[in-house]
Design a protein around this ligand. Structure first.
Ligand SMILES: C[S@@+](CC[C@H](N)C(=O)[O-])C[C@H]1O[C@@H](n2cnc3c(N)ncnc32)[C@H](O)[C@@H]1O
Length: 440
């Protein structure tokens, strides 16, 4: 029952209020930003609109020097500042990439360049940019296994998939890295280690902007869509803002135009997409407090577990749900259970004599008061089960924070996610109680 109604807008208003309260601390005096500024100036970019700052809620980001109006271009970064596969192919790596069969992917080309330039240290012309890149990431691939196990089930599965994916990316690239040995005096195995490649993978995945490029013959045909955009990639995400971002073929700059006003000395945000917190954690390693897109996912197993033991024709009902794509994306949100979740429950709760009406249920028709009530009751039970489970995990996280101080950051991330999910579940339980009163 997500209708984008009152609660969501209240959350948005609250969020806007809190962000306007949180003052950033100017960081432009820091040596790494002074160096980055010089480097950008040499590439014809000078910023008069934004300054690097640290914010209490979001960490490092960009702050506006003046108030920004709707439609204003907040940043216009020249092509010469962008790090793309073109940069890599034109570099000393180009000849090695061209020789390697099968051709490396665009992502591997970018990651190899980042690792190699980081290794070059002071000799790298990209040093001022590399120096401001985070040293560590909090995407699931970087989390300790005991922390991954504290994630909600569907996210946990995706987190393990991400770990195998990055490991596979590394192992399948070892041959290519060996071919680069003539470029280095140290053994390539020590330069292109799993940790180094994982760091580069996270840098590209959490920071690159979308920029579709024509395929290059020496690279595999996977889409070449990632560009690293120094300085611009200091902009944090907010679900409450709208921006237009694209490479302008006329000015040959990557430009971001805001559609949301921003006050002087406030954090300037862009929107990475209408992502829920699972996706933000999976792809970017953070979660957003009061995210209107956040939700709690319900799996098919949990649906079945909480149905009354008297429920009939369960296998048939499950296969109907599967055939009609109703076993995925079943969620609780700020406004209550989603329409998809309630519809799946209504179908599962059909009495034997109502079973022939299953198509009507999928079309959103009401079959009977009994069916409406039964499905709301199951939804409420599931919601309470999740509330209990979330409380239990939060207690465990709190114990672990005392015992495993080294994992503090990772545990705090899980705690924020789980606390947000608890708020959503409590809001859903309340919405369900209101709906249930109509049938009591
Ligand atoms: C493109 S970078 C933005 C700049 C980044 N904060 C930095 O210091 O380099 C994306 C990363 O910033 C962080 N981030 C972005 N938006 C955030 C937010 N609303 N709250 C907390 N962290 C955020 C996440 O770590 C994410 O992976």
């Amino acid at each position: 029952m997500k209708n984008g109604g009152g609660r969501t807008s209240r959350i948005r208003r609250r969020k806007l209020f809190t962000s306007s309260e949180s003052r950033g601390v100017n960081e432009s005096y820091k040596p790494e930003f002074i160096e980055l500024k010089k480097w950008l100036k040499d590439r014809r970019f000078e910023d008069t609109t934004l300054i690097p700052a640290h914010f209490p809620g979001t960490g490092r980001g960009l702050m506006s020097k003046t108030s920004l109006q709707e439609g204003q271009t907040i940043i216009s970064l020249p092509e010469s500042c962008l790090l793309t596969t073109d940069t890599v192919i034109r570099s000393y790596l180009g000849a090695y990439i061209a020789k390697w069969q099968p051709p490396p992917s665009p992502l591997l080309a970018l990651c190899t360049f980042l690792v190699s330039e980081k290794h070059a240290g002071d000799r790298s012309p990209w040093k001022p940019y590399l120096e401001v890149l985070p040293k560590a990431y909090t995407c699931p691939v970087c989390l300790e296994p005991e922390v991954v196990n504290l994630l909600p089930n569907p996210l946990k599965t995706k987190a393990w998939e991400q770990r195998s994916h990055v490991w596979e990316f590394f192992s399948s690239s070892r041959g290519f890295f060996s071919s680069l040995q003539p470029l280095f005096s140290e053994a390539v195995e020590t330069i292109f280690s799993y940790r180094a490649l994982r760091w580069a993978w996270c840098a590209v995945n959490t920071r690159a902007v979308y920029m579709k490029r024509p395929p290059l013959l020496c690279l595999s045909p996977e889409p070449d869509t990632c560009a690293l955009a120094p300085y611009l990639d200091l902009l944090n995400h907010s679900p409450d803002v709208q921006v237009k971002a694209a490479f302008n073929e006329e000015t040959r700059c990557y430009e971001i135009r805001t559609a949301t006003r921003c006050g002087k000395h406030k954090e300037v945000f862009i929107c990475y997409g209408p992502h829920d917190n699972h996706r933000l954690l999976l792809e970017y390693g953070f979660v957003c407090v009061s995210n209107p897109h956040a939700c709690v996912y319900v799996s098919k197993d949990i649906l079945v577990k909480y149905l009354p033991s008297t429920a009939k024709q369960m296998n048939k009902k499950i296969s109907i749900l599967e055939d009609h794509d109703f076993t995925e994306n079943l969620t609780f949100g700020w406004d209550g259970p989603s329409w998809r979740l309630l519809t799946a429950l209504k179908l599962l709760c059909l009495e034997a004599e109502e079973f022939t009406c299953w198509k009507k249920v999928l079309l959103g028709e009401i079959i009977s008061d009994t069916n409406e009530k039964a499905s709301l009751d199951v939804a409420q039970k599931i919601c309470h089960y999740f509330i209990e489970e979330t409380h239990a995990v939060l207690r465990k996280v709190s114990r672990m924070k005392d015992e495993e101080v080294a994992l503090m950051n990772q545990l705090t991330l899980v705690e924020t996610l789980r606390t947000e999910e608890l708020k959503i579940l409590q809001a859903s339980a309340k919405a369900l109680t209101t709906l249930q009163t109509a049938f009591s």
